[in-house]
Ligand binder design. Structure first.
Ligand code: NAD
Ligand code: DAU
Length: 368
């Protein structure tokens, strides 16, 4: 079975010789690239197929270190295009799907909700239909795993934390589209018996995150001595988790999670935005050999995000108690690793902040 085909620089092993064939959607994005890398390295007997449209957020540079592995394939696919999705499922005998492809930025969803409905809702339904049809009559050892967000639960205005039983109350077009996709995933389990699992995670940070999101945007601006746009009074609270801890949770849920179940994932690491930005400024001052306190002077309070959720906090006791997961990277260590990654991957950063990013930044921050 070990028939090998020479494909350019890469030797491709015969597709039938793998023990499993896993589809990872959105694998060229931030979290997806960490999940793809983990699966390709850790499970050489799995064929890992990364299907991604390569939107502004998708970047194959995130995966150059594993691109030549014989158990990895990339398929440029738009999940909103039914024909492409069907062709993908005809080409590979998928037995597991980890679905991360999405429009993921809240500010963009406020500016233009349509793409979020198309990709996050309609794209997810296309994948559900393709899985249902491919697995008809045989759902044993099959799993459709949908990666979702804590934002579906809405905003915590006081204390407490989101549990898996918290009613959905999405507030932004982004979270509404993710809630819609979660509902479809559960409906396919309930109606058609599709084996599904969902996880809802808190804010991720780490290498390869597109610099439209808070932490890499601030790192880039501090580095370039640009104003640091803190929305409102900076009082909003987020629960931060290092991206590789999320990838480890995804690995565990994919292999040990119970079909039909939902798992909340969180860092137990709540920070007010303003405190986080100040903390980051101190790390950057040290790394850039700047006088202590100098970067903080760049903080600029700007017009708030419309409908800005005040606080997210995750109760992750279910995954901790039933699957034995816990975060391993403490926040200071994780932030320092992240800062070091951005400071040493200048070409990566330069490539993503040229062109479109300049227009995006100008449009989003001009009137704040
Ligand atoms: P990202 O924006 O960095 O990456 C999204 C990826 O999806 C990109 O590679 C993009 O090219 C791809 N994509 C977008 N539209 C597509 C389409 N129509 N067809 C195929 N591919 C398409 O996002 P991320 O931050 O890595 O988030 C990944 C997933 O995790 C999303 O589903 C998001 O909702 C969820 N999530 C993110 C966080 C977070 O803090 N970033 C937290 C919880 C859950
Ligand atoms: O909670 C999980 C979610 O976390 C994911 O589902 C989303 O995909 C991801 O984008 C993230 O959403 P947030 O809106 O929380 O992340 P963002 O990095 O955009 O913003 C974090 C906080 O920082 C939020 O309160 C808004 C604030 N902020 C953000 C930006 C970009 C600022 O104050 N200034 C900024 O310039």
């Amino acid at each position: 079975n070990e028939i090998c085909l020479a494909m350019g620089n890469k030797t491709e092993r015969n597709e039938m010789s793998f023990s499993r064939t896993i589809l990872i959607t959105g694998g060229a994005g931030f979290i997806g690239s960490h999940v793809v890398r983990r699966f390709v390295r850790k499970y050489p007997s799995y064929l890992v197929v990364n299907a991604d449209k390569l939107t502004y957020a998708g970047n194959l540079e995130n995966l150059t270190d594993i691109a030549d592995r014989e158990n990895y394939r990339f398929e440029k696919t738009d999940i909103t295009d039914k024909k492409s999705v069907s062709a993908l499922f005809r080409k590979y005998p998928f037995d597991g799907i980890i679905h991360l492809a999405a429009e993921s930025h809240v500010d963009r969803s406020i500016d233009n909700p349509d793409d979020f409905v198309m990709t996050n809702v309609a794209g997810t339904v296309n994948l559900l239909n393709a899985a249902l049809s491919a697995w008809s009559g045989n759902t044993e050892n099959r799993l459709f795993y949908h990666i979702s967000t804590d934002e579906v639960y809405g905003s915590l205005e006081g204390g407490g934390a989101f549990t898996e039983q918290t009613p959905y109350d999405p507030k932004s077009p982004y979270s509404a589209s993710k809630a819609g996709s979660d509902h479809f995933v559960r409906a396919y389990h309930n109606t058609y018996g599709l084996p599904v699992v969902i996880s809802n995670c808190s804010n991720n940070y780490g290498p390869n995150q597109f610099p439209e999101k808070l932490i890499p945007l601030m790192i880039n601006n501090i580095k370039n001595n640009k104003p640091l746009p803190v929305y409102g009074k900076g009082e909003n609270v987020r629960d931060w988790l290092y991206v590789e801890d999320h990838a480890a949770a995804i690995d565990l849920i994919f292999h040990k999670g119970k079909p039909g179940e939902t798992y909340n994932i969180g860092g137990g690491n709540e920070w007010k935005n303003i405190d986080l930005v100040k903390f980051l400024c101190r790390i950057m001052d040290r790394r850039l050999n700047r006088e202590e306190g100098i970067s903080e002077k760049l903080i600029n309070f700007v017009k708030d995000r419309p409908g800005h959720d005040l606080r997210y906090a995750i109760d992750s006791s279910k995954i901790r108690n039933t699957l034995g997961w816990k975060p391993t990277v403490n926040f200071e260590e994780g932030l320092e690793k992240t800062v070091d990654w951005y400071l040493s991957n200048t070409q990566w950063l330069q490539n993503v902040i040229s062109g479109e990013y300049v227009k995006y930044y100008e449009k989003m921050y001009r009137n704040r």
